[in-house]
Design a protein around this ligand. Structure first.
Ligand code: GLP
Length: 275
């Protein structure tokens, strides 16, 4: 039932696997996630899991839902990476809505602690969520990578590998806001909130295991930078190469720009990428 990777290689510590297409990539990552989570439950009886959002995660969470009965999600406490400031939980672009519809209502985790993006006091909400994360060490985090190389909403201009905070308010960069319009979440860039609450890079790096699902051609440049450029905030996701237990799941499209080092030829033309 588990899908076999077409290619597999480590980039520093980051185990990278490439699958034929988005659906296979999602199925493979879901299979691996279930395997990891079973291990965690065996060791400690419950698991703390962070979910990411965005259209790149559709196939993955769909695959998890199809295999729902193979795992006791009631013993999972769920959390998330980020949320727009000032957006209500029923706004169509709200990550809480995304997570409620695609994760909470389908997998039925034992608990789901959301970032309340429209809290009256966003700084206080950051402090509250940071405390929750510090009290609930994360066993497994699903961390997508943005077109600009961001992890959560840590865009290149604001990402801080040494941030002492675990949750912070950040200003979204232009590429990130454009991406949200491109995915269809907002009608125009003017509608995309300027600020978001995000888990910081150190908070993500503190997660015990990371599974990063990054399919699609529009991510090809960010994937190349993640794997082949120096580890730096120019491409925040590059830090994943230094994590003790991170795995990257790609499809042939997102892998096409770093193809040479994985022994196949680049097959895609110029694309929008990190700037
Ligand atoms: C989004 C969200 C993250 C997500 C990542 C990839 O913008 N901030 O929660 O992990 O970036 O998502 P997408 O599918 O939108 O590229």
């Amino acid at each position: 039932m588990d899908v076999k990777a077409r290619k597999e290689r480590k980039y520093d510590r980051l185990l990278t696997r490439v699958y034929a297409d988005k659906a296979e990539c999602g199925r493979a990552a879901a299979g691996r996630a279930i395997e990891v989570l079973r291990d965690v439950l065996q060791q400690k009886g419950s698991a703390n899991v962070v979910f990411s959002t965005g259209s790149s995660q559709f196939a993955f969470v769909e695959a998890l839902s199809r295999r729902k009965d193979e795992f006791d999600w009631g013993r999972v406490n769920a959390f998330h990476l980020d949320e727009y400031v000032g957006i209500s939980s029923d706004h169509p672009a709200s990550f809480r809505l995304w997570l409620r519809q695609r994760v909470a209502d389908r997998l039925c985790p034992g608990s789901f602690t959301y970032i309340e993006g429209d809290a009256d006091d966003p700084d206080g909400e950051c402090r509250r969520y940071e405390q929750v994360l510090r009290e609930n060490p994360i066993d497994l985090a699903f961390v997508g990578i943005g077109e600009n190389g961001h992890i959560a909403f840590n865009d290149p201009p604001v990402a801080d590998f040494e941030d002492p905070r675990w949750v912070n308010i950040v200003e979204l960069d232009e590429a990130c806001r454009r991406q949200q319009v491109g995915e269809g979440w907002f009608p125009s860039i003017a509608d995309v909130p300027r600020f978001a609450i995000t888990m910081t890079v150190p908070a993500i790096m503190a997660c015990r295991r990371i599974i990063s699902v990054v399919p699609e051609k529009r991510k090809a440049r960010a994937v190349k930078a993640t794997l082949e450029e120096p580890v730096s905030t120019a491409c925040p996701a590059s830090i994943l190469r230094t994590h003790q237990a991170a795995e990257l799941y790609l499809d042939e499209e997102s892998a096409c720009f770093f193809a040479t080092s994985m022994e196949h030829e680049p097959r895609c033309g110029p694309t929008q990428g990190i700037h």
